[in-house]
Design a protein around this ligand. Structure first.
Ligand code: BES
Ligand code: ZN
Ligand code: ZN
Length: 481
């Protein structure tokens, strides 16, 4: 469920407000009584970030922006949005208007982003939705003429992030690969990108052995989804491609996930796909002049009469043979086919995003994603910078040559698992074999789905990746030569 983020056309008496200031001197501008101002002054002097003023007909939440660098201040402001929601809920406020007198740019947008993402709920399966639905439905931002487009853009980014969260929160009982494709098609129609769904027959014809192997134990057919956003005047001749892992459920297959609770959140194993889909819909909605293609292989991974087995040798889409030694390393099997399929587009850059390894999650926990790849240093640096800006941070792991030998198979070209160490890297190393273009791999296993509430990222699906990919690709369109 999304919260509408709009431009405030006028601010009326009685409108609930969030007023952003840099220091107590700016309190003069606010519609406060003498007592209220004295009170606010005192609290700000005590380093309170938020001062709520109850004026009976309305609330004014004063937010005094803390010191810090640009990235810190933006993230603090998103988190403040999250903190503000508690009071807004308690007061059953339906609509709130943000006014910023801060010299720091875009603080109002950051507060709105934190507030709206915190207000997200997944109520589809609750009987009493009316009662449970949070009251806040609209966030207005008082923006000067030149910033109205930025408010509309934020609304689309919010909607795309929430869409990704909804898809990730959907259980397999609803979101089979076929249903996932139907959702992608529906979103394409709404957002303006085109979609092609390859069904099992076509996947067979294309000899996508990785996708078919992972799907072999399933009752549901796989799909391979192609999303395309081709603006009328793209700045790039060769497309940028987003590849997303679309495992709609990961039991591990015959190498069944055996450790306690390790299967509980595996409906989220298509979070990479959801992030790619969300980013593409957002690019389309905001009419970003960059030609982008999304490739989403989708299936569940489960044991079954015909399931692929440890020891099997699979013929992949690009002709490589892979010896499967663990059917739970299924993400790389389907991604490998998608990455080799991407070659035909002669892409300028391919980014894959996937909940690929527990190892990535163990290495850095829920604080960021792990990046690897062969794209140039400038591209990596730019992506990392946008990671800081939207606070979806990245850490680079190496793809040193020596890791490759861990994937040597006695009987096939490659095996699908490495040794006990460096699991996130050997997964990346596996994928590298299927690329022949500048490539980046993002492992979001740690950040896609949270067990505990983390500010505006929420609990359960976070939608991580949508904001990063959107902002990064938008900037690519702006600086393209
Ligand atoms: N989907 C999992 C990775 C994962 C684990 C995502 C935890 C989110 C949270 C992936 O398919 C998997 O099972 N990977 C194995 C690979 C291993 C068998 C080489 C893993 O990480 O244990
Ligand atoms: Zn797995
Ligand atoms: Zn998986």
């Amino acid at each position: 469920m999304s919260t509408a983020i709009q431009v405030a056309t006028s601010v009326k008496e009685g409108d609930h407000l969030i007023w952003v200031i840099d220091d107590a001197n700016q309190l003069k501008k606010l519609p406060l009584s003498k007592n209220e101002r004295t009170y606010a002054n005192r609290l700000i002097g005590q380093q309170e970030k938020i001062v709520p003023i109850n004026q009976y007909n309305r609330m004014i939440y004063i937010y005094c922006v803390p010191d810090g660098d640009k990235y810190e201040v933006l993230e603090e402001s998103r988190k403040t949005g999250h903190l503000l929601l508690a009071g807004i809920k308690k007061n059953k406020i339906k609509s709130i208007t943000i006014i910023s007198d801060s010299a720091a740019p875009d603080i109002d947008l950051a507060v709105a982003e934190g507030l709206s993402l915190s207000n997200y709920q997944f109520l589809k399966y609750k009987q009493d939705q009316k009662k449970l639905k949070a009251p806040l439905s609209t966030i207005k931002i008082k923006a000067a003429a030149g910033r109205k487009a930025a408010v509309r853009e934020l609304n689309e980014i919010h909607r795309a992030t929430v869409k990704a969260r909804d898809l990730v929160n959907e259980p397999l009982s609803y979101l089979t690969a076929l249903q996932f494709s139907a959702e992608i098609e529906k979103l394409g129609k709404e957002s303006g990108f085109s979609t092609t769904v390859l069904t099992k027959k076509k996947i067979e014809a294309l000899k996508m052995g990785g996708v078919l192997a992972v799907n072999a134990g399933s009752q549901h057919p796989p799909t391979f989804n192609i999303l395309e956003w081709k603006p009328s005047k793209p700045v790039n001749n060769n497309p940028v491609i987003l590849v997303g892992k679309g495992i709609v459920y990961d039991t591990g297959g015959l190498s069944l996930k055996a450790t306690p609770n390790s299967m509980d959140k595996m409906k989220s194993d298509m979070a990479g796909a959801a992030a790619a889909i969300g980013a593409i819909s957002c690019l389309a909605k905001n009419d970003i002049p960059l030609h982008v293609i999304g490739l989403i292989p989708a299936t569940d991974n489960r044991p079954g009469e015909n399931a692929y087995t440890p020891g099997d040798v699979i013929n992949m889409h690009n002709g490589y043979t892979v010896e499967v030694l663990n059917t739970d390393a299924e993400g790389r099997m389907i991604l490998a086919d998608a990455l080799s399929y991407a070659q035909k587009y002669r892409p300028e850059l391919v980014l894959d995003i996937a909940t690929l390894t527990g190892a990535a999650s163990r290495a850095i926990g829920p604080l960021g994603m792990v990046m690897m790849g062969t794209a140039g240093e400038a591209v990596k640096a730019k992506l990392m910078e946008y990671g800081e800006l939207v606070h979806e941070r990245l850490v680079e792991f190496p793809l040193w040559d020596e890791y490759k030998s861990q994937l040597n198979s006695d009987i096939a070209d490659l095996k699908n698992i490495g040794g006990t160490e460096a699991g996130a890297i050997t997964a990346g190393k596996f994928l590298e074999h299927f690329t022949d273009y500048p490539w980046l791999h993002l492992d979001i296993a740690g950040v896609a789905f949270l067990d505990n509430l983390d500010s505006y990222r929420g609990k359960n699906a976070t939608g991580t990746g949508v904001r990063l990919l959107y902002h990064f690709l938008k900037s690519m369109s702006e600086t393209h030569e």
